[in-house]
Design a protein around this ligand. Structure first.
Ligand code: ATP
Length: 246
């Protein structure tokens, strides 16, 4: 696999982030950096705070405190539609495909904040995901779960992200389809797009990542090069769960 070498410049910096839902403190002082061109993963059990972090970065949730910097600018309170235009784009948990609209209409929505999906962007998308091209005029709801995940990823790519935030892209998919999703993630990364990947499937995510952060109840409990985390039996046993053997 040919991969673009990450540079040392962080394109994204999360500093002492706190997110709360009323009295529930979901994220408690999380800090991390993402080098341009790298794939960073946040792993941890259900409820560890992963989605809250991603949603705070993408502007869908307002943090209680802390700072988020993207490409050198403070974006802590920037609304999500502006961030999409600047190249920070999220593939949401649960895909959020509009099932009654066609596949092409869903893709066009992906270009909404960047002046529309260009014909070139659509052509490239159909080359990369032929199943979407073949069925572009059909309702998106007619796609399988795995195909809908591909559509969700493709829709985000239409906005030409510099940083792609992915929330649980393998959720609910059969193992073969999960393989396909990870193949696409590695391809996107190899093309130079920076990726922040949130996953419960920790072992798979760490295998694809450069750097990993292990979260537990809203805090980072371990971090380091992904291969070092995978090689540490204590971390594997304590945090990576039963899928660690896969
Ligand atoms: P999951 O894999 O289940 O999405 P996660 O690691 O992404 O887990 P979050 O969804 O960020 O974790 O949730 C972190 C904590 O915040 C949990 O305790 C959760 O119950 C709580 N929480 C999340 N969303 C809300 C909400 N809208 N209202 C109240 N509490 C919430």
């Amino acid at each position: 696999m040919s991969q673009t070498k990450p540079t040392e410049d962080p394109i994204l910096v999360v500093d002492d982030l706190h997110v709360a839902y009323g009295r529930v403190e979901a994220v408690r002082g999380v800090s991390f950096t993402v080098a341009a061109g790298s794939l960073v993963t946040l792993v941890g059990a259900n409820g560890a705070g992963k989605s809250s972090i991603i949603n705070a970065i993408s502007g869908l949730l307002k943090p209680r405190s802390g700072h988020i910097t993207f490409a050198g600018s403070d974006i802590t309170r920037t609304p999500s539609h502006r961030l999409v235009g600047d190249g920070l784009v999220q593939v949401p948990e649960g895909r959020q495909i509009l099932g009654t609209l066609t596949i092409e209409e869903n893709l066009q929505l992906g270009g909404w904040h960047v002046g529309g999906a260009s014909a070139e962007a659509l052509t490239q998308t159909y080359e990369r995901f032929p199943v979407l091209g073949d069925r572009r005029s059909l309702p998106a709801g007619s796609l399988s779960g795995g195909e809908q995940q591909m559509l969700a990823i493709a829709r985000a790519l239409v906005a030409r992200p510099k940083v792609l935030l992915m929330d649980e892209p393998s959720m609910g998919l059969a193992p073969k389809v999960v393989d396909e999703v990870f193949r696409v993630i590695e391809e996107i990364r190899a093309s130079g797009t920076t990726i922040v990947l949130v996953e419960q499937n920790a072992r798979r995510a760490l295998r694809a990542a450069d750097h990993g952060y292990v979260l537990q109840t809203g805090e980072v409990v371990h971090s380091g090069p992904a291969r070092d985390l995978l090689a540490d039996p204590k971390i594997v046993e304590a945090y990576l769960g039963v899928d660690a053997a896969r």
